[in-house]
Design a protein around this ligand. Structure first.
Ligand code: NAD
Ligand code: UD1
Length: 339
């Protein structure tokens, strides 16, 4: 079975390709807007079968049509490709709407022209829930007004996929709402490679410990949480990758068209200060930090109720927080050739 992985050279996509390559033939479509071509070689050095790469801009209808013509035997699609920087999306909303929504529309247009079953997984985010009403967050939590154009593109894309699945009897689809993916493949050959200054906590920590960035600023210690710092649900990227395989297998078994959503998180909340302690104890490295102001748009606490995925997808996270943090540091060291 051939699976198309859009955005497969990115952080989550590359880890998912490694797991997919154990059983499936993998084609990546990526335009390298937020990834480097060197990832392909690194990925193929640990993949179980060779992954094919097509340099395609998914915003371009003709390029997408060419992709589907060349790989007419695709029966699964995992759609990671999107721009994902929340702050940038506020400054350049049109870029985000154009990239994230048109890419999905162009793919679905091709899917609609086919007369054979297609299994589709979409990368969504816990950001669709906004400020949670109830913790842990179940899939029943209402989707609220998005904080950013980025978050809004996730909501719109989920709706487009749902509408399309209702009309197309061949389309089976799932939106996976990720919580906070962290860590790297155990080989340390691939990992998170943010371009420029990292906006997310873990890559900022590893780069600051590596001496590439200034000391960490904790964005606020006056939140309504036990230690005052924000709580998130951090999940090892390999566990997240595995959730995609399980979701694909779930769809393969489905006889009729469907559209579902699943939370993918560990179910456990961890504060920023707890992350710092866990990082220090799992790596033996000290993190220098200072307390700064709150970051606009941050919510006090979010963590998943993951029971639906545990039960229906027969998936469960395997890695501990400490293992995830250690793998993030191993990747940073390997990439920067630090002893
Ligand atoms: P990433 O930026 O590392 O990977 C995305 C990949 O998509 C990149 O390689 C980029 O070059 C490619 N891409 C973007 N636009 C494209 C286009 N028009 N045509 C072809 N390729 C294009 O991001 P990631 O962290 O791996 O995230 C993957 C997906 O998961 C995204 O949809 C993101 O919104 C979603 N997500 C990520 C997180 C997270 O914390 N990383 C959390 C929730 C959801
Ligand atoms: C970010 C995204 C969100 C996305 C989520 C999962 C923003 C505003 N939101 O949220 O859309 O769904 O990732 O990938 O970017 N922190 C610091 N100092 C730092 C960096 C972060 O204290 O230098 C804190 C943050 O305030 C937060 C926690 O660390 O409390 C985690 O931050 P981050 O990794 O950016 O993830 P989210 O805030 O969950």
């Amino acid at each position: 079975m051939k699976v198309l992985v859009t955005g497969g050279l990115g952080y989550i996509g590359s880890h998912t390709c490694v797991e997919l390559s154990k059983k499936y033939s993998v084609v990546i479509a990526d335009n390298l807007i937020n990834s480097k071509i060197e990832v392909l070689e690194r990925l193929n050095s640990i993949a179980h079968s060779k992954v094919i790469f097509e340099k395609i801009d998914l915003r371009n209808k003709k390029e997408v049509a060419f992709l589907f013509e060349k790989h007419g035997d695709i029966s699964g699609i995992i759609h990671f490709a999107a721009l994902k920087a929340v702050g940038e999306s506020v400054e350049k909303p049109l870029l985000y709407y154009e990239n994230n929504i048109n890419s999905l529309l162009n793919i679905l247009e091709q899917v609609q022209q086919r007369n054979s079953k297609i299994n589709f997984i979409f990368s969504s985010s816990c950001t669709v829930y906004g400020q949670p009403i109830k913790l842990p967050i179940t899939e029943e939590e209402p989707v609220k007004k998005a904080f950013s154009p980025y978050g809004e593109t996730k909501q719109i894309c989920e709706n487009i996929l749902s509408a399309s699945s209702k009309l197309n009897k061949y389309l089976r689809s799932i939106s996976l709402r990720y919580f906070n993916p962290i860590g790297a493949h155990e080989s340390a050959m691939i990992g998170e490679l943010p371009l420029g200054k990292p906006q997310n906590l873990i890559p900022y920590i590893t780069q600051s410990v590596a001496g590439v960035r200034e000391k960490l600023t904790i964005f606020g210690d006056d939140y309504d949480t036990p230690d005052g710092t924000c709580i998130r649900d951090y999940i090892h990227v390999t566990d997240l990758a595995d959730a995609h395989i399980k979701a694909l297998e779930y769809l393969i078994e489905k006889e009729f068209s469907t559209n579902e959503v699943f939370n993918i998180g560990t179910g456990k909340g961890t504060s920023v200060l707890e992350i710092i302690n866990a990082f220090e104890s799992s790596t033996g490295k000290k993190i220098s930090y200072k307390i700064g102001k709150r970051r606009k748009g941050d919510v006090d606490a979010t963590y998943a109720d993951n029971k639906k995925a545990l039960k229906s997808l027969s998936w469960s996270p395997k890695y501990s927080l400490e293992q995830a943090l250690e793998s993030a540091w191993n990747w940073e060291k390997n990439y920067r050739k630090i002893k």
